[in-house]
Design a binder for this molecule. Structure first.
Ligand code: GCW
Length: 698
């Protein structure tokens, strides 16, 4: 069982808009399309049909739905006897051949234009979705439906092009059906070491296409056990089936691979990327894989990190490892996406110079320019690991001659595990908008991953998926805003977090003012609320080790000594300036200087970069200790306000949706209280300083 999420198309529509859905035309020409484009075209038409069915309350065969290469003739024929009916309305999906004059801009993959067409005799009033490829037709169709629902009117868009070439999801699904950091049930891709391709897979592809996702890695980057065998005859037939299904929605299938596959699968004695037998093994493997799954986009690799095998064992670099695979996959047009989440988790934190935050840059910066063109480095937004607040990885703005992708985590591993509401689009937006100062202009992270800054090809954005086989896909109904938002934001970097939230609310819930205002308030404030009652001012962690839910101030799992955050009776924070671990010097000068100085370092990152005394004053004028107490009390009050606002939606939202969300908010409140009490008590005991407002600290 699964719900339709934001594709339910329920609810009243403005009549004016509805009229256009009475008839759907297309200049679908089977001979000019490749098989894949044709499928996307057909899916686009099915989508208009589904929307029309809902909007008009008709059965599928009760309205005009016409496909023909001579579309205008057909439209005319259709209405031959209805001359008196002026301004016949409809929707036309219009294929624009790529080489047609003046249509250059539509030739970008995924580009579309929504445009009104009024014929001279004023008989037809059509809204056309124009594109020169299957993805464009699909995306334009979804955009048109979105306009109808969210705006209650249709509007000319001009040519719309995706901001980023690659817009990918990374699933951390295991073949046994479990999901690493999964908070919405089990995998719907795998169960008991079998691959599932069914109706739900198709609906998922539809959901993703509707927000512009064009690549999906289906298995966990920690490739173990049976997952290593995904590149073996055992699974090819199913993978091919899945890749074809995805392709019909403009989505390429990717997989994570095990760097040690030549040993674990091939029986070789090692996996040295420069050893002849290893290279030969991969050459033959790639040949076999692409013969069996020709649509495969390529592989994602986690190497030499958290116990995963990699080139280090053989004294080789990440470039050696990535390039070897890239060379062997190149003949098939495949990509190797290599993760920069590489650090030594056995570091001794008692050494004041030790700093995991440095690791990504230290490992990869020396390799800039050494990677082949079909290698992309995938970089987490922050230097640590998806904490509620981190600075942007200095690899962005550092690397100049390497294809780069930004990795964010849609799954809420450290942000409440989809039991707390935490709308993450504002965080990702900050990452995209961050000025790296690597150039005079076009220096933002989004410019870099667009290939604008340094001309990189094959760039984009990846999100760790937050879905599972729960009926509502994301556990918390409100967490679907993050999945929706990831797609929309990676497709259009210019959208604001609020615009995206508004769209998602309109697409998902009854369209009434109170639903919009109250849910919008909750979503837009949820990240800062979560930050308030959890770990302060960018220090990070403070969660229970291993499962990462709930407060544990000394809980950083790779620090047995409880010294990670350097808290003692006087203060807290890590000196990451040039006088400390030197991490701040990894940034371009302007940013390095900003972080180096307490006076210019943004407050929200103060403890990430500096050690501060509890009695020191922040920019707000408050002492650090008072800030910690206040924000933790406030965070809890803010959750109470969420609940108050949400309860006003009783009777407006359907009963089951209302109850599900209310249950999660109630759990969030008790968890927030626990966070408040644990964190405040910890710092009260450490510092011995009373709360100025004499509130009770447990
Ligand atoms: O955040 C950490 C997670 C691991 C994850 C790792 C990674 C897939 O706790 O579960 O492993 O990041 O990104 O590789």
């Amino acid at each position: 069982m699964y719900f339709k999420a934001w594709l339910n198309y329920d609810g009243e529509l403005n009549e004016n808009v509805r009229d256009y859905f009475q008839a759907v035309f297309s200049n679908y020409e089977s001979n000019v399309f490749s098989k894949v484009n044709r499928q996307m075209y057909l899916h686009a038409m099915e989508e208009v049909k589904a929307a029309a069915n809902s909007f008009l309350g008709k059965k599928p065969d009760e309205y005009d739905f016409i496909m023909n290469e001579e579309n205008f003739t057909v439209i005319e024929e259709k209405y031959e006897n209805t001359e008196e009916q002026k301004w016949k309305r409809g929707i036309l999906l219009y294929y624009v051949p790529e080489n047609q004059d003046n249509e250059e801009s539509l030739s970008t993959d995924g580009a579309y234009e929504i445009k009104q067409y009024l014929d001279e005799e004023k008989r037809f009033d059509l809204w056309t979705v124009r594109a020169s490829g299957g993805r464009g037709i699909l995306y334009g169709t979804y955009a048109l439906i979105r306009q109808a629902i969210c705006d209650g009117k249709l509007t000319d868009t001009g040519v719309v092009k995706p901001s980023l070439a690659l817009r990918m999801l990374n699933h951390w699904d295991n073949l046994d059906g479990s999901i690493e950091r999964g908070y919405s049930g089990n995998s719907f891709f795998f169960s008991k070491n079998q691959i599932l391709v069914d109706e739900r897979t198709a609906f998922y592809a539809r959901l993703l296409a509707s927000v512009g996702i064009n690549g999906v890695v289906i298995n966990n980057v920690n490739v173990k056990d049976m997952a290593t065998r995904l590149i073996s005859p055992l699974y090819y037939a199913k993978l091919r089936e899945m890749s074809e299904l995805f392709a019909g929605y403009g989505i390429q299938l990717f997989m994570s691979l095990n760097f040690a596959a030549p040993m674990e699968l091939g029986g070789l004695s090692g996996c040295d990327p420069l050893a002849e037998d290893v290279v030969r093994w991969w050459k033959e493997k790639m040949q076999e894989v692409y013969r069996e799954i020709p649509n495969l986009g390529g592989f994602l690799v986690k190497a030499d990190s958290e116990g995963r095998p990699g080139p280090f064992t053989y004294g080789r670099t990440h470039a050696d490892g990535a390039n070897m695979l890239a060379k062997e996959i190149a003949p098939y047009g495949g990509l190797i996406i290599w993760r920069c989440f590489v650090y030594n988790c056995k570091q001794d934190w008692r050494d004041k110079k030790t700093d995991r935050a440095r690791a990504g840059y230290d490992n990869f910066m020396p390799l800039d320019g050494k990677f082949l063109d079909n290698v992309i480095l995938q970089i987490k937004n922050g230097p640590m690991d998806f904490q509620v607040r981190e600075p942007i990885s200095p690899l962005f703005g550092g690397l100049r001659s390497t294809n780069q992708m930004l990795e964010v985590q849609i799954a809420q591993e450290y942000t409440g595990q989809q039991r707390h509401v935490c709308y993450l689009v504002p965080m990702w937006k900050e990452a995209l908008d961050f000025h790296t100062y690597c150039k005079e202009s076009d220096d933002r992270v989004q410019d870099i991953i667009k290939g604008k800054t340094f001309g990189g090809r094959n760039c984009g954005m990846a999100g760790v998926a937050n879905t599972g086989d729960d009926p509502n896909w994301t556990g918390h109904d409100l967490a679907a805003a993050n999945l929706y938002g990831f797609g929309r934001l990676s497709f259009d970097n210019n959208l604001s977090s609020e615009e995206i939230a508004r769209e998602w609310i309109s697409m998902t819930f009854p369209r009434t003012p109170i639903v919009m205002s109250n849910l919008l308030y909750i979503l837009m404030n949820s990240w800062s609320t979560y930050e308030h009652y959890t770990s302060p001012l960018g220090i990070g962690w403070m969660v229970n080790p291993s499962y990462h839910y709930g407060p544990n101030v000394d809980g950083y799992e790779y620090d047995r000594w409880g010294t990670y955050h350097r808290a003692d009776c006087k203060g807290i924070g890590i000196d990451r300036t040039s006088k400390g671990t030197g991490y701040s010097t990894q940034y371009q000068k302007q940013n390095a200087m900003m972080y180096e100085d307490v006076a210019t370092c943004p407050d929200e990152l103060l403890l990430f970069f500096h050690r501060i005394l509890y009695t020191d004053r922040l920019k707000s004028g408050k002492t650090l200790i008072q800030h910690i107490y206040d924000t933790h009390f406030e965070g809890v009050e803010e959750v109470k306000e969420f609940i108050r606002l949400f309860c006003q939606l009783e009777g407006v939202l359907s009963e089951d949706v209302f109850q599900r969300i209310l249950n999660r908010l109630t759990e969030q409140l008790s968890s927030a209280e626990e966070w408040r009490d644990v964190v405040n008590t910890y710092f009260y005991r450490k510092s011995g300083i009373e709360d100025e407002k004499s509130r009770e600290i447990y």
